[in-house]
Design a protein around this ligand. Structure first.
Ligand SMILES: CC(C)(COP(=O)(O)OP(=O)(O)OC[C@H]1O[C@@H](n2cnc3c(N)ncnc32)[C@H](O)[C@@H]1O)[C@@H](O)C(=O)NCCC(=O)NCCS
Ligand SMILES: Nc1ncnc2c1ncn2[C@@H]1O[C@H](COP(=O)(O)OP(=O)(O)OP(=O)(O)O)[C@@H](O)[C@H]1O
Length: 200
């Protein structure tokens, strides 16, 4: 039987960093952010629906999704974010379920379900264990501002569009503290793998 690890955190808390390490160990990753891009790729129903709902400025000259512009719109307006999620959410869920079924069928020992909105979207029901990558608010804000070239107001809006990270930490089976160095974080991931007999 496969062990499904629901991996989550807050925006820019270090989820992808941890999932890359787990992928290096050879474990398959079901990555909601990657799927979220696939379901609105050029030519998809998802993109057509977004183009109808939002203003034409969300499309680039060659008809692809201008993610930066859409991000600016939806993270500044909860109503529009809800409209976006109403379109992308079911498409993402369907593809996540499809990948999980295929990986379980292939009897993968560990399947990593990497979903930023794991708890908000009740995806923990699909997981045997949940892991939250945690950082303090000030570190999260700083890393997000640097990575996405956002000012403080825009970065705070993005953080506020998700459940507080501290609440997610309380809900998790396993907490990875990513406040310090990457090496210190990796050590915690290796400890988890060892505890569960997954160190290859
Ligand atoms: C708004 C979009 C176009 C911005 O794209 P961009 O490339 O700038 O960001 P990216 O997709 O890499 O997301 C970065 C992070 O933003 C956060 N985030 C994304 N979508 C949401 C959302 N609907 N609500 C709260 N936080 C979100 C996540 O922490 C995610 O890891 C994009 O995030 C999107 O299409 N979001 C809707 C799809 C979705 O709900 N994704 C979450 C997967 S469950
Ligand atoms: N321990 C660390 N020390 C310094 N920088 C870090 C550390 N961990 C992650 N980072 C940096 O912080 C940023 C956010 O990390 P990452 O992209 O892994 O977060 P995420 O949770 O996957 O974000 P998102 O939900 O937005 O996709 C990245 O620029 C990453 O390089």
């Amino acid at each position: 039987m496969s062990l499904v690890l629901g991996l989550t955190g807050g925006i820019a808390s270090g989820k992808s960093t941890v999932s890359h390490w787990l992928a290096e160990y050879g474990y398959p990753i079901v990555d909601a952010d990657v799927i979220a891009r696939q379901v609105v790729a050029p030519g998809t129903i998802g993109l057509r629906q977004l183009a109808t709902l939002f203003s034409p400025e969300i499309l680039t000259a060659d008809g692809a999704l201008d993610r930066q512009t859409l991000g600016r719109i939806v993270f500044a307006d909860r109503r529009q974010l809800a409209q976006l999620t109403a379109i992308t959410g079911p498409l993402i869920r369907q593809e996540i379920n499809r990948q999980l079924v295929a990986l379980k069928h292939a009897k993968k020992e560990l399947i990593v379900l990497d979903v930023p909105l794991l708890f908000e979207g009740h995806y923990q029901q699909n997981a045997d264990l949940t892991m939250v990558v945690y950082v303090d608010g000030s570190t999260q804000l700083q890393r997000l501002m640097i990575r996405n070239h956002l000012d403080e107001v825009a970065a705070k809006q993005r953080i506020a569009s998700q459940w507080p990270l501290i609440a997610k930490r309380q809900m998790a089976d396993i907490v990875i503290d990513n406040n310090d160095s990457l090496a210190a974080t990796k050590q915690q991931v290796v400890k988890f793998l060892t505890q569960y007999g997954l160190q290859k």
